[in-house]
Design a protein around this ligand. Structure first.
Ligand SMILES: [Ca+2]
Length: 73
């Protein structure tokens, strides 16, 4: 499932809107969760689709970047 639809999933987990999924996405989500005034795509940030943006989503994104076989969205 992870790579199915490629760009769709890519878009879904992309938070920083600069064309890549990387540590910046983790950083901005960390900042968001710490209630910093950062701009994220809240819909995309809910990568596990449970309706909340929290540490679970952050963990999934970290695992994705680490190339774990995680299921997003
Ligand atoms: Ca979530």
């Amino acid at each position: 499932m992870l790579l199915k639809g490629g760009n769709i999933i890519y878009e879904k987990i992309h938070l920083a809107a600069d064309g890549s999924i990387d540590i910046k996405d983790v950083t901005i989500l960390k900042q968001y969760l710490a209630k910093w005034k950062v701009s994220i795509n809240a819909e995309n940030a809910d990568v596990n689709g449970d309706g909340e943006i929290n540490i679970k989503d952050l963990t999934l994104i970290k695992q994705f970047i680490a190339k774990w076989k995680v299921t997003l969205g």
